[in-house]
Write a protein that binds this ligand. Structure first.
Ligand SMILES: Cc1cc2nc3c(=O)[nH]c(=O)nc-3n(C[C@H](O)[C@H](O)[C@H](O)COP(=O)(O)OP(=O)(O)OC[C@H]3O[C@@H](n4cnc5c(N)ncnc54)[C@H](O)[C@@H]3O)c2cc1C
Ligand code: SF4
Length: 538
């Protein structure tokens, strides 16, 4: 039977006392299954053995999760709307869901608070939770359980290909954790794109073929958009009223909030984009936010799609001749490789991982990260589309906003908070390693063998931005020079002690050494002037 907890009902329960609250259809509640907002998967470990007669499901919209960073409005709307739709689907199956809305006056505002409140009300034999994705939530639930209620059972989140224990086994004894080697093991283990023991096509990785820019006239399909239904409209109104001070535009809102629509988004990608995914994976075009990217990370991260079904579908597209190997391998590597790897690394190294600051970067995040108001066209494009869609693709995140933050020496904690807030797909387990490790090198090289630092020339090669920018990408110094140019060399100078010994940095440091002392001093002065003009406090 469908259940919605309102204030009156909750009070009634309390007054009815223990017997009424313990019984459901004459039986004592066996499992209270607490489903979190990023666990919207019917085959979730904690939902797999659910017994409609004896078990209860708890879902809660809690203020703490909506406010711990100033999440993009679309991100909040997506998660709340998808949670409500998922609860409705479970109820339609005959399962009992106690659903606590954000504006429920009895809502305690936190996961442990809601878990304990439900446990006191229902007195279940045990509480069952699929392990949370984020360390912070895992700790809070563990602490909450120690306060009483009922025994708490965490189950492995086997929506991932590799369990945390599996990743730890792989990492054990290794000096460096290179994704490529982990990925190969995952290929062998899953059989994805494998022919016996060998990779299909003879190579593990076709990245060398994946750095093209689209030719003039190349046609890009419009991304799939899903018009909000009445239930999503209600959530949009709630978000507009409660989160007006948060980052980003709420509307137009076009994200899928149900599995059925997320599957349509996946089908659209497979039919219209996958074949070009590899070739143009690193390209950036003005006004083209999605290019041939899938834009499915929010669906994967909240559970509307599973990594297995997405990878199998891409593999099938290759087997049926609908997409070339370089595209399909590149795509599968992002999910089977990078996504699994960053999650493994996160759990292996938390909570200490977030605290390192290998390059001792400490400058505050400038305002243009929030406003998008800057003459640097590449940054304005990335931030502008992030405001409009809660989305930017990987190279924009890494080589534009990430690269600027790295070169400018911005404080990792402030940069990480920004990335966690502004993207619809941002959850700490995936955001943190990507930002802290990949973009900022703040982990000192655990994730990346060298910093992803680049001057304006890289952005010019991979985009059509520079031709229309107020800055001159070819100029090396002076007020009109692309800020990425002096900042790149200044970054090498500022971090010489920490990076010059890295064999993969040998070439740029040789070029730096070949410069005169006067030229190096000029670079430092230019970089400082550029930062000041851009509003970065030195
Ligand atoms: C600084 C920075 C912060 C990031 N923060 C997040 C984040 O909070 N959440 C998030 O899901 N991704 C994050 N990424 C990774 C990546 O940028 C996004 O997954 C990707 O842009 C999502 O868009 P898409 O679905 O169109 O991806 P596509 O390019 O179409 O790739 C397909 C899928 O592969 C997975 N994927 C690709 N690259 C990565 C990666 N590096 N790590 C993990 N999964 C990957 C995603 O699930 C993605 O949906 C970040 C990257 C950087 C550099
Ligand atoms: S010139 Fe520099 S700032 Fe302008 S778009 Fe190119 S890389 Fe960005």
């Amino acid at each position: 039977m469908a259940r919605e907890l309102g204030r009156g009902e909750d009070l009634f329960r309390t007054l009815q006392g223990r017997v009424a609250s313990r019984r459901q259809g004459g039986l004592i509640v066996r499992n209270l299954v607490f489903v979190l907002g990023d666990q919207l998967t019917r085959s979730l470990a904690s939902l797999r053995d659910i017994d409609p007669a004896r078990d209860r499901i708890l879902m809660a919209e809690v203020a703490q999760e909506t406010r711990y960073v100033r999440h993009h409005k679309q991100k909040i709307a997506l998660i709340l709307s998808a949670m409500r739709a998922f609860a409705a689907e479970l109820r339609a199956e005959g399962l009992t869901v106690d659903y606590v809305r954000l504006d429920d006056p009895d809502n305690t505002g936190s996961f442990p608070g809601e878990m304990l409140r439900a446990a006191r009300r229902l007195r279940p034999e045990r509480i069952v939770v699929t392990e949370p994705g984020e360390w912070r939530v895992r700790e809070a639930l563990g602490d909450g359980a120690r306060e009483g209620g009922a025994p708490l059972e965490f189950r492995d989140d086997d929506r991932f290909f590799a369990s945390r224990a599996r990743f730890a086994r792989w990492a054990e004894g290794r000096k460096s954790f290179r994704m490529e080697f982990f990925y190969r093991e995952m290929r062998r283990e899953t059989g994805l794109l494998m022919q016996g023991d060998a990779p299909v096509g003879g190579a593990w990785n076709y990245d060398a073929e994946n750095r093209k820019t689209p030719p003039k006239g190349h046609v890009l399909p419009p991304p799939p958009r899903f018009a909000p239904d009445a239930a999503t409209r209600e959530v949009l109104d709630l978000v507009a009223a409660r989160f007006a001070d948060h980052f980003g535009d709420l509307e137009p809102f076009g994200w899928a909030v149900t599995r059925a629509d997320a599957l349509k988004a996946l089908a659209h990608f497979l039919a219209r984009n996958l074949a070009h995914f590899g070739d143009y994976q690193d390209a950036m075009l003005r006004g083209e936010e999605f290019l041939h990217h899938a834009a499915i990370s929010p669906y994967l991260n909240i559970g509307l799609l599973t990594p297995r079904e997405v990878c199998r579908a891409a593999e099938q597209a290759y087997e049926q001749g609908r997409a070339p190997l370089n595209a399909v391998e590149g795509f599968i590597r992002q999910i089977l490789g990078w996504r699994e790897y960053v999650r493994g690394l996160y759990w292996l190294r938390m909570p200490g991982y977030a605290r390192s600051n290998a390059l001792r970067a400490n400058r505050p995040l400038p305002d243009f990260y929030w406003s998008g108001e800057t003459d640097m066209l590449c940054v304005a494009e990335a931030v502008g589309q992030t405001r409009r869609h809660a989305y930017a693709h990987h190279i924009q995140r890494l080589m534009v906003t990430g690269n600027f933050a790295l070169l400018a020496g911005l404080d990792p904690a402030e940069v990480e908070e920004w990335y966690l807030a502004v993207y619809a797909d941002a959850f700490e387990w995936v955001e943190l390693p990507n930002t802290h490790g990949m973009a900022l090198f703040a982990d000192g090289g655990l994730l990346a063998s060298k910093p992803y630092a680049a001057s304006g020339a890289y952005i010019d090669r991979m985009s059509d931005y520079c031709g229309r920018c107020r800055y001159d990408v070819k100029a090396k110094s002076g007020e009109g020079a692309c800020p990425f140019n002096p900042l790149y060399w200044n970054f090498l100078i500022e971090n010489r002690d920490r990076l010059a010994g890295n064999p993969r940095m040998a070439m740029p440091y040789r070029s730096l050494a070949a410069m005169s002392e006067a030229r190096r001093a000029e670079i430092v002065a230019d970089a400082r002037a550029a930062l000041t003009r851009l509003g970065v406090r030195l």
